[in-house]
Design a protein around this ligand. Sequence first.
Ligand SMILES: *Cc1c(COP(=O)(O)O)cnc(C)c1O
Length: 347
Amino acid sequence: MTAPQRLSLDGAALAANWRALARASGGAACGAAVKADGYGLGVRDVVTRLLAAGCRDFFVSSWNEAAALADLDLASAGASLSVLHGVRDADMTIATASQARPVLSTSAQVRRWQGAGGGACDVMVDTGMNRLGIAPDDIAAGLLGGVAIDTLLSHLACADEDSAMNEQQRTRFAALAGRTNARRLSLANSAGITLGVDYHFDLTRPGLALYGGMPVPALTDVIRPVARIEAEVLQRRLVRAGETVGYNATWVASVDTQVAIVNLGYADGYWRGFSDTGLAFAGDVQLSVIGRVSMDLVALDVTGADVGEGDWIAFDPDLPRAARASGMSQYELLTGLGHRFDRIWHD
Ligand SMILES: *Cc1c(COP(=O)(O)O)cnc(C)c1O
């Protein structure tokens, strides 16, 4: 069965984005954040393609997400998977049998993991974001004595801004070098990579930019779009001047207008913020969203465009521009992509 909406996914662009970020990471290894189902694109396909490109360090948020990758033999590829949210009691059976490592981020998690015999793990340390992580003082107090740490991580709060906090966090993190038995240190996300070599440490962890997101202008010429929404026209109609289109009749035709009703809506992650602002394409012809985006439908002005029932329309794949149009973040636009799409990879 073919869905009337699909994601056209560019595998070559995904691989090229990873290679570009790996180059920008200099001497550091470049991993990949693949949480939230590979930022909405489909985690198995993303991981398989990034493995082939050379990526060896993958990050998901929970053990459910790790389980979705359980049948990929990462170890024999020399690759590893880390679970960013650590281990709850309820995770321990699965976690101790898993190929993935927990990223321990509280003292209770450290004790839980050690109490169960430990094994390789990662540790998150908080350097100022006050989200996840043990305190540098806990390390000084000996919390990590005897813990077999692969990678010591921290996370930047403001990497996409020119903020004094970046240097503050970097300094606090750098001071931990040699204070644990960690094999590697890792700080930078996508935007963090662009802050320069001092931020790269041993391993970088881009997410957004792999998938075509551009959190900072420095990545604009480096990163290519990966995902494009395409959806089928259900109906073309003539809307006479003075008539309205869609819920609440917010859009009023000032002149006779040809309108296409397309199989896409906010249930697919094409958010209501695109009402009257979204951009689409029929070949090279630019089309505008008119009126409110509905749950399953959206209306486009196709006056002058050769677009009819059954034709496929492409929606704007430029994430920074789509984010401005919708008022959503690039992260939300990707991770909100719904389950109704056929996800079709082109290499
Ligand atoms: C999501 C996440 C990343 C990736 O961040 P991007 O901004 O998408 O590049 C890296 N590290 C941690 C801890 C994360 O949670």
